[in-house]
Design a protein around this ligand. Structure first.
Ligand code: S3P
Length: 173
């Protein structure tokens, strides 16, 4: 990347490697890394899991929209979005504008078999509680068209290390 201020957003489902790849990529590009889940936790003063239980998903999505809007407008660096953030209409148009302005939107594409061991399907991901594999597959099916539509670059995650994915993104942007 030649731009002095790289602007790159990672989208994709839980377990696609957004946080790990984003951290590596930001280090290589000598820029900052930000994760909207962490921003939401800071806004709320509690964990994502606790927000879902105590305040409900709609409240989480409101905080997430606010975190994404702020980060897209102010963060010159690498940004990872929570897996469901792209389903918000306001976030979709913000991402379209971001790409139109030269930002790169990377979809980390992954299959259930490869996402499962990364996610561990634990309680930290409240949307996957119950039958995590079935929930993950349902969410991915519903979201895939949106990930594909918003992305300016698609990177396959199956069977690849985070360093390999970061290498590919680094070369292609
Ligand atoms: C969610 C994904 C999570 C987090 C929240 C909801 C989703 O982020 O934002 O639990 O809707 O897929 P990760 O994609 O980083 O796991």
């Amino acid at each position: 990347m030649t731009d002095a201020q790289p602007r790159l957003v990672l989208i994709g489902p839980p377990g696609s490697g957004k946080t790990t790849v984003g951290t590596i990529l930001a280090r290589r590009l000598a820029t900052g890394f930000r994760d909207t889940d962490a921003d939401v936790e800071e806004l709320a003063g509690k964990s994502v899991a606790d927000i879902f239980v105590e305040d409900g998903e709609p409240h989480f999505r409101e905080l997430e929209r606010e975190a994404v809007t702020t980060a897209l407008a102010t963060h010159a660096g690498v940004l990872a979005l929570g897996g469901g953030a792209v389903m918000d209409a306001h976030t979709q148009s913000a991402l379209t504008g971001y790409a139109a302005g030269g930002g790169v939107v990377v979809f980390l594409d992954v299959s259930l078999a490869h996402a499962a061991p990364r996610v561990g399907f634990n309680q930290a991901r409240p949307l996957l509680v119950g039958n995590p594999r079935a929930r993950w597959a349902e969410l991915m099916e519903a979201r895939r068209p949106t990930y594909e539509r918003l992305a300016t670059l698609r990177v396959h995650s199956d069977g690849r290390t985070a360093h390999e994915m970061a290498d590919q993104i680094h070369q292609e942007v």
